[in-house]
Design a protein around this ligand. Structure first.
Ligand code: HEC
Ligand code: HEC
Ligand code: HEC
Ligand code: HEC
Ligand code: HEC
Ligand code: HEC
Ligand code: HEC
Length: 370
């Protein structure tokens, strides 16, 4: 065990970490709770820093000792009713949930591990993944643990703007419909940052307002650290998220009403997609194949953008509907087999939409920067 004076010594060389730590609520948690040295005390490190570099424990368990209730909310994965097939959670380790992602380059690692998440969030701009640093990552924590979002020394968040905090991982990495991309993953940031929730069409709300329902419970406060969208909790008059003020008891039904038609359209478009797939195969080997393949991929692009966003339109109803219109148009081009329609000139209006979307995204980034 180290005596407290040892940790005063750390300030000699780590003034920044020390000051942040000692002036925060965490001044009571000594360095040794989260940092371990090779030999049990830090003497060797202090004598010759590089000979024995202390490690940081990135697990949520470290925080659980003092934040038990929040840990329990976060830890859905260990819950009795967690269904790995149907559910996702920040507490679900990537090496268990998506082992294939581990070998698909650094761009996955920066969002699918806490080691990468910290590096990623040091660069505040969405898409500015810190890939260079990520190449050296030796991952020690495959869940999205507390310190993926929280600065452990200061106690706060790496990024105060929660939509940017969440959006730094929950984005598409800027893919565009250029005829080659056939799947869009986790488009939440693209959807929300161009939605009525940020452009003034609705009182401004961010990811956290909807995904962290804060409700007082008998044994303290539920802070929403499972990150599920919980319309029932949000409808609670005592919830500090404020939805009740305007939506009263209507939120649950409003969400269902909005999601239902989107869900139906996604299902219809999957049928149309299968038809387009057959039509595409029938022109395999002919000279229209390449342009029809591009149309098919664009259809998949717009369909999966909505499908994999996971909110069934709620993140951005206008964009979800226009995306699904685009998917329908592209699949129909393939089915109609109209080789004229596949001429570049006919694609100009279609290509215009991603450009507009890119401009909107760029404007959104600029607005955020201000
Ligand atoms: C004499 C100066 C000095 C003192 C005193 C010192 N450190 Fe360090 N510390 C360093 C240097 C230099 C490094 C970088 C070593 C390297 O990467 O080769 C380092 C690295 C670290 C790291 C790893 C940082 C990283 O980027 O992974 C941690 C954690 C750490 N120190 C914690 C402590 C703690 C806790 C104490 C007090 C018990 C302490 N240090 C005292 C100089 C010092
Ligand atoms: C509540 C847990 C916790 C406590 C307490 C804590 N640290 Fe850390 N520290 C971490 C984690 C997690 C990281 C890795 C995240 C990062 O890179 O900032 C880290 C990173 C560091 C680093 C390297 C990155 C940097 O910010 O420069 C140093 C040095 C460091 N800690 C020193 C200390 C010292 C000295 C103390 C005590 C005065 C201390 N820490 C207390 C959790 C903690
Ligand atoms: C030794 C006990 C202890 C440990 C371990 C600990 N904390 Fe804390 N933490 C506290 C106390 C005490 C407070 C202040 C009271 C509160 O907000 O609950 C606090 C506050 C916080 C806050 C709120 C800060 C604010 O400005 O409101 C965050 C966020 C936080 N801790 C995150 C973490 C994370 C992440 C870890 C693990 C890396 C961790 N804590 C580990 C004791 C601890
Ligand atoms: C460091 C990257 C990272 C950050 C930051 C991040 N997430 Fe996630 N999130 C993930 C990963 C990875 C998954 C998928 C986990 C799995 O496959 O089980 C996920 C899954 C989710 C899910 C679906 C599973 C669930 O728990 O309901 C929601 C909702 C979610 N995140 C919301 C958020 C919100 C809200 C924020 C901001 C407060 C946020 N995320 C910040 C990486 C991140
Ligand atoms: C995906 C990001 C993310 C993860 C992972 C995460 N938090 Fe948080 N946490 C937040 C955000 C965002 C807030 C602020 C919510 C708000 O201001 O409405 C917060 C708030 C807090 C607070 C202050 C709550 C209060 O009532 O004042 C504490 C303490 C805290 N988190 C601890 C933890 C601990 C412990 C863990 C791990 C078990 C954890 N967090 C995991 C994003 C995260
Ligand atoms: C207006 C409220 C609202 C906002 C703002 C919002 N979400 Fe959502 N989100 C939802 C709803 C509703 C769902 C669908 C949940 C369901 O049907 O179970 C959802 C679904 C998701 C999912 C898929 C969950 C799963 O289990 O597949 C993720 C991930 C997610 N949101 C992340 C985010 C992120 C990141 C942000 C900010 C960039 C954000 N959300 C902003 C309401 C919101
Ligand atoms: C100041 C009043 C106000 C607050 C607070 C508020 N809303 Fe709304 N919301 C509205 C109005 C007005 C509409 C549009 C009328 C309608 O569709 O019911 C709306 C519409 C919506 C829609 C439908 C969006 C669409 O694209 O059609 C959702 C989803 C929603 N709100 C969720 C929420 C959630 C979740 C919260 C709390 C985090 C919230 N609102 C807080 C006033 C508010």
């Amino acid at each position: 065990m180290c005596i407290a004076a040892d940790f005063e010594d750390c300030a000699d060389c780590h003034q920044g970490s020390y000051d942040q730590w000692s002036s925060s609520a965490h001044g009571i948690a000594d360095c040794g709770i989260c940092h371990t040295s090779a030999d049990g005390d830090f003497e060797d490190h202090i004598d010759e820093p590089s000979a024995s570099v202390p490690a940081a424990d990135l697990s949520s368990e470290v925080c659980a000792d003092c934040h038990g209730a929040i840990f329990a909310e976060w830890n859905e994965f260990e819950g009795a009713d967690f269904d790995m097939e149907a559910m996702a959670s920040h507490s679900e380790p990537t090496e268990v949930a998506e082992p294939f992602a581990l070998h698909s380059g650094t761009s996955c690692v920066v969002c699918k591990s806490t080691d990468g998440g910290i590096l990623n969030l040091e660069e505040a701009d969405v898409y500015m993944l810190n890939e260079e640093a990520a190449h050296d990552i030796e991952v020690t924590e495959w869940t999205i643990s507390c310190v993926a979002c929280h600065d452990p020394h200061a106690g706060g968040l790496w990024l105060e703007d929660s939509t940017q905090l969440c959006g730094n991982c929950h984005n598409t990495e800027g893919v565009v419909a250029d005829g080659t991309v056939d799947v869009v993953r986790h488009a939440q940031w693209e959807m929300v940052s161009t939605s009525i929730y940020v452009d003034g069409g609705h009182p401004e709300i961010g990811c956290v307002d909807c995904h962290m329902a804060m409700v007082p419970s008998d044994d303290g406060m539920t802070t929403g650290h499972n990150f599920d969208f919980d319309a029932v909790a949000l409808s609670d008059p005592d919830s500090s998220n404020g939805c009740y003020m305007c939506h009263q008891d209507e939120l649950v039904s409003l969400i269902e009403e909005k999601q239902e038609p989107v869900s139906q359209r996604i299902s219809d478009l999957n049928t149309l997609k299968d038809e387009a797939d057959v039509a595409l195969e029938s022109v395999n080997g002919t000279d229209v194949y390449e342009s029809q393949l591009a149309n098919f991929n664009n259809g998949l692009f717009y369909l999966t953008e909505v499908e994999n966003d996971g909110s069934l339109g709620i993140h951005n109803m206008v964009r979800a509907e226009s995306d699904l219109d685009m998917a329908e148009e592209y699949f129909n081009l393939v089915i109609e087999g109209d080789s004229d329609a596949a001429e570049p000139s006919d694609q100009i209006p279609a290509i215009g939409v991603p450009v507009v979307v890119m401009i909107l995204a760029a404007v959104a980034i600029l607005i955020k920067r201000d």
